[in-house]
Design a protein around this ligand. Structure first.
Ligand code: ADP
Ligand code: MG
Length: 369
């Protein structure tokens, strides 16, 4: 049989948009999903990102049809599917633990959805081979599952989820069992696969870096609610609230006050370039890698903070410095290391001058979420 590679092949599927409206799911007193509305665009890679217990899996199970919500509407394209059985939804699913059949071969596992759908054998064989090629497991069809590494099992699960060419692909923490190196590589591979196949993809992770790496957009979830839906860069640079700012990247929050149109940290008027949230209180969010060490008599066009170094930590790829400001707050700064040595860094107890450019001076809702 001639190998049909995926290179240059037209996209397999006609992608579908997903429209979620007012979906609620309660387990006793727990609001696993609290009035969730969300639009996933056709062909988009959208990630649900949130801490453990925030409702990510519940939402994915609602999309797959394994969980019936208490109320709300779910459309794939123009069709309401909330009452449709899982196998009629045209949805591929990759589970966290792979959920492979250990006693079957690779082909047996990958072909399972085709048998369910009564696809004739010769066509099934061709599709299985093509799905295995797509995940770079061509020729592995006769292997037993227990002869495979973790990364290979993950690819088999992925091949099984795409073999019937679903228009929607759902993945629940599919890389969490892999070691870091393999996980980093698979993130890029999954992203390329998505670009090649073009199906609307909803991906679940609790790992913010993974979400930033892979997604077109990210929905940050907490307590069954969507806290913010935005592109990776918007989330990082303009978090809507303290929860998002805290969950994505590292940051220090400093209390600031508003005086007319000015924003003050202590007596210092802060220069900033972004919009101010219309909230009762404000906080200054400082990302450690955006803060710089400035000379003592710096004429920098930046916001300047005087502090005392309280900790300097060498971390191989960079250094991390903690510094105490005059109001007692501790702030952190990440700096790069070049030439392999750390020279000219302050020692603990030294006075330091820290600079934050107006473009990096991000003011967010000061309320606690
Ligand atoms: P995540 O995937 O973000 O970790 P889940 O969607 O699994 O979160 O769970 C959300 C909340 O709903 C949690 O508090 C969890 O304990 C609860 N929950 C989920 N499934 C069930 C269930 N079948 N029975 C009772 N509570 C559940
Ligand atoms: Mg989960």
């Amino acid at each position: 049989m001639a190998r049909d590679t995926t290179e240059g092949r037209p996209k397999l599927t006609q992608a579908l948009p997903i429209t979620i409206r007012n979906v609620t799911k309660k387990y006793g007193a727990v609001h696993a999903l609290d009035d969730v509305s969300l639009d996933v665009q056709s062909g988009e890679f959208l990630t649900l990102l949130g801490p453990s217990g925030s409702g990510k899996t519940t939402l994915l199970m609602v999309l797959a049809g394994f969980t019936r919500p208490d109320n709300g509407s779910l459309k794939f394209g123009p069709d309401e599917v909330i009452r449709k059985a899982p196998h009629l939804r045209d949805v591929g699913m990759v589970f966290q633990n792979y959920a492979l059949f250990p006693h079957m071969t690779v082909s047996g596992n990958v072909g399972y959805p085709l048998r369910l759908r009564k696809v004739p054998k010769p066509e099934a064989a061709a599709r299985i081979e093509r799905a295995l090629d797509t995940v770079q497991l061509g020729g592995y069809g006769d292997r037993r599952i227990d002869q495979l590494s973790g990364g290979q099992k993950q690819r088999v699960a992925l091949a099984r989820s795409i073999v019937f060419e679903p228009r929607i692909l759902l993945m629940d923490e599919p890389l969490s069992a892999l070691d870091k190196k393999l996980r980093d590589r698979m993130q890029i591979e999954l992203r390329h696969l998505h670009e090649k196949l073009g199906m609307t993809t909803v991906y679940v992770t609790h790992d913010q870096r993974e979400a930033l790496t892979m997604s077109d957009r990210i929905a940050v979830v907490n307590h069954g609610k969507i806290m913010q839906l935005a592109t990776p860069q918007q989330l990082y640079d303009s978090p809507a609230n303290r929860f998002v700012a805290d969950f994505i990247g590292d940051s220090t929050f400093l209390p600031v006050t508003r005086k007319g149109s000015q924003v003050l940290y202590g007596d210092t008027v802060l220069m900033h370039s972004g919009a101010l949230p219309d909230t009762p209180t404000l906080a200054l969010m400082v990302r450690p890698e955006r803060l710089r060490l400035a000379g003592a008599d710096s004429a920098d066009n930046a916001n300047i903070f005087h502090a005392t170094a309280s900790e300097v930590v060498y971390q191989g790829d960079s250094y991390l410095m903690y510094a105490r400001l005059s109001d007692g707050s501790e702030i952190s700064l990440r700096g790069s290391i070049r030439g392999g040595t750390v020279t000219g860094l302050p020692a603990v107890g030294d006075p330091v001058t820290l600079a934050l450019d107006p473009a990096d001076t991000i003011l967010i809702d000061g309320g606690d979420h």
